[in-house]
Design a protein around this ligand. Structure first.
Ligand SMILES: [Zn+2]
Length: 145
């Protein structure tokens, strides 16, 4: 489980100046499309948003829908903290279980992003794509020598 690896957000301070740091976590707005009616609740939405990251807050319309059941049922929009150790999920599966924990069925919720951050799946940091990874290149070079 990559989730058990502790992550640290680099805090910016004056000493770091303009030095470039590759952050390992960043806030990201996600849009969850076709949320089934029964999942429209604070618990339901945050449980779903826990799949791509750690939910931080919902937008006003999403909160309104959860509280009053009216508004914009097309999609839920949640700000999550996204870690570079995770892949950007394209969908979330909701599992419906019986009391005996047998899976009764699943529903798929599509996930969309306002923008996708550059994430290196090799270094597990943001800021560059794996193709541009200097560290990877260096290791590959060393191995071939
Ligand atoms: Zn890299």
């Amino acid at each position: 489980m990559v989730d058990s690896v502790p992550l640290f957000v680099m805090s910016w301070n004056a000493e770091m100046g303009m030095k470039k740091a590759d952050p390992v976590k960043m806030p990201l707005w996600v849009k969850m499309v076709n949320v089934p009616m029964e999942a429209w609740s604070m618990d339901g939405i945050s449980a779903m948003a826990s799949s791509p990251g750690t939910p931080i807050l919902m937008d006003n319309m999403t909160t309104h829908m959860c509280q009053f059941g009216v508004g914009r049922p097309d999609y839920a929009r949640v700000l999550i903290e996204f870690g570079a150790t995770k892949n950007l999920k394209k969908c979330i599966n909701i599992q419906y279980t019986h009391k005996e924990q047998n899976v009764r069925g699943t529903k798929e919720v599509k996930v969309e992003y306002d923008w996708k951050p550059m994430v290196c799946t090799y270094c597990r940091v943001f800021g560059h794509f794996v193709e541009r990874s200097n560290i990877r290149q260096r290791i590959v070079e060393r191995r071939s020598n």
